[in-house]
Structures are given as C-alpha cells and as structure tokens.
Design a protein around this ligand. Structure first.
Ligand SMILES: Nc1ncnc2c1ncn2[C@@H]1O[C@H](COP(=O)(O)OP(=O)(O)OP(=O)(O)O)[C@@H](O)[C@H]1O
Ligand SMILES: [Mg+2]
Length: 291
C-alpha cells in the first residue's frame, strides 16, 4: 500500500441559499510515496483546497477513503482526528496570519505546537525549535515577531512551525501566493532542501509552474477531478516535457489535455485502435463522422 492513498474521494457542499448540493470533488484518486514532493495545480474553484482539507482531517469527505501510512483517516473519531491533525500533519497556508501567532516571537511560534502535542520534553522542544529555525535560515531572526519579519521570512517561520511536530506530511495551500517572484523561488528552494534532507513528504498547491517543475509529481486538478499526473524521475525536466498520466474513471471517461488535443488536432470525435496491448487515439475530423 502506498504511503498516501485517496480512493474515489467525493465531496459535496450544500449551497446555503439554494440548498442544492455542489460537488467540489468528484472522485479523486491518487497515491503518493513517502518523501514525494508533489504539486497540485488547477484553476480557481477546481477543488485544490478541498482536497488539502480532507487529507488534513479538517473536513470529511462525502464518500471515499483516505489512507495515510496505514491509517484510514476517514474512519477516525473526532478525538483521534484532533490528534491526527496536531501530530501527523503540518499545515502551511498562504497568509502568514493563519500560520503564526502574531504576538509571539518566531522561536515561540515553533515551540507552541510542540507544547500542545505533549510529546516532547522541554529540552527537546527548545532544541528542535532552534534546529528548525536554522533549517529555514532564520536563526538570527528567532526573537522577531511576525510583523518584524518580511513576507518570505514569515513563510519560512511557517514552514518551521509546520514541521515542529515531525509530521508525516506537510500540506501547503498556495504558500507563495502572496510573495514576489524572487522570494517565491527562495521558498521553493527551502521546500526542496527540506524534502531532500528530512525525507519529508510535501503536498503543495501552487499556481507557480516553476514550482510544479521542481516537484517529483505534478497533479493537475479540474472540476474536482485529477485530470493529469506528470511524473518526473528527474525534476529538472520541465512539466510540459514530462510523461503524462491521465485518470480514467469507472465509466471509462478520460480527459485529454487541451495541449495534446491541439497538437494532434482532436475535436469532438476520436477513433480508438487497439494494437498489441496499446489503445491508440486517432483524431476524427467533423466531416468524417456520419450523423
Ligand atoms: N464550505 C463550502 N461551502 C460551499 N461550497 C464550497 C465550500 N468550500 C468550497 N466550496 C466550493 O467547492 C469548489 C472547490 O473549492 P476549493 O476551495 O477547493 O477550490 P480551489 O481549487 O482551492 O480554488 P482557489 O484556487 O480559488 O483557492 C468551489 O466551487 C467552491 O465554491
Ligand atoms: Mg484554494
């Protein structure tokens, strides 16, 4: 079994006014290995935050299953879920206000989650906090409060906070959305470094293609479904040059990315030819179809 597995995740929200159910996720399936650095890209409203919240145990799916390192988190009781969120997940959001306590120093911010978890001795808390701040290059800034830090420094403190309880996975929802491009690049570098040095698994929602290009796996989500999965053994390969894996649902539907449709001229019809274990998709022009 993979380290993280999502099986047929469906999440419906009920619209407050119309009382109509709106699907935010329509059958998400994917798996990840320990130590993966995964990016999720997709348009606004496609279900990225919903997916992160379900994996993080903040919200529950309408149906489907999430397994993290052998635990079926969709079956956890509320108390177990609190433990899970606190100890096994590290969260990092776009706005520093959501990641940090405003009147506490960077150092204290990293100590707080460890104190809440109750798993670490006082000495270990201090040692870990200093080590983590060093890992994100903020040793010298440890006494500063969030408003005395730059946007990038605040996010780096947020990374240290997310890692404080040595979680199984760090879930980041557009962590660089508020930052300029140079700072964004620095944060990406820290993710890469920590991913390599700590072997930690990261799942990062991003709009930044440079980030997606630097990850081991890039998932494209659209209308609540994973529509593409780019894998790279060598993350230096650009996302557009990677092998693409397309999800096929239980009814056999698949979504062919627009770039591929344009490249080979696929409009509304294709012909599928089966040849020696392959299914070849051949574009059929509109005037070739008998109505
Ligand atoms: N609490 C909620 N109640 C009702 N609908 C919701 C709720 N949360 C999300 N949705 C809807 O579910 C869909 C997916 O939302 P989600 O926040 O996951 O998108 P997203 O991909 O993170 O978008 P963005 O890039 O804008 O952050 C949207 O149509 C959204 O309106
Ligand atoms: Mg979102």
């Amino acid at each position: 079994m993979a380290f993280l597995e999502c099986n047929d995740l469906i999440k419906l929200y009920t619209d407050e006014q119309s009382k109509i159910q709106v699907p935010a996720l329509r059958g998400v399936e994917f798996s990840a290995n320990e130590g993966d650095l995964i990016s999720i890209i997709g348009p606004s409203g496609s279900g990225k935050s919903t997916l992160i919240n379900l994996i993080g145990g903040i919200d529950k799916p309408s149906s489907g299953e999430i397994m993290l390192d052998g635990t079926n988190i969709t079956k956890l009781k509320d108390r177990e879920l609190t433990y899970y969120r606190r100890n096994r997940i590290g969260f990092l959001y776009q706005l520093p206000e959501r990641n940090l306590i405003w009147n506490l120093s960077a150092y204290k911010n990293v100590v707080v989650p460890m104190r809440l978890s109750g798993r670490w001795s006082h000495e270990t808390q201090k040692k870990r906090a200093l080590e983590l701040l060093k890992d994100v290059g903020l040793e010298q800034r440890r006494k500063h409060k969030p408003h005395q830090l730059s946007g990038g420094e605040a996010q780096r403190t947020g990374i240290a906070v997310a890692l404080a309880n040595d979680p199984d996975i760090v879930l980041a929802d557009e962590p660089t959305g508020e930052l300029d491009s140079v700072t964004t690049f620095k944060i990406i570098e820290y993710f890469k470094q920590l991913n390599a040095s700590l072997g930690k698994t990261f799942l990062v929602v991003t709009h930044d293609h440079r980030f997606a290009n630097m990850t081991t796996k890039a998932m494209r989500i659209m209308d609540g479904r994973i529509v593409g999965l780019h894998r790279a053994k060598d993350p230096s390969i650009s996302i557009s040059d990677r092998e693409e894996i397309i999800y096929v649902d239980d009814h056999g539907n698949l979504r062919i990315p627009e770039s591929i449709r344009q490249k080979v001229g696929i409009q509304n019809h294709v012909q599928i030819e089966v040849r020696e274990g392959y299914a070849i998709i051949i574009p059929v022009r509109g005037d070739e179809v008998d109505d």
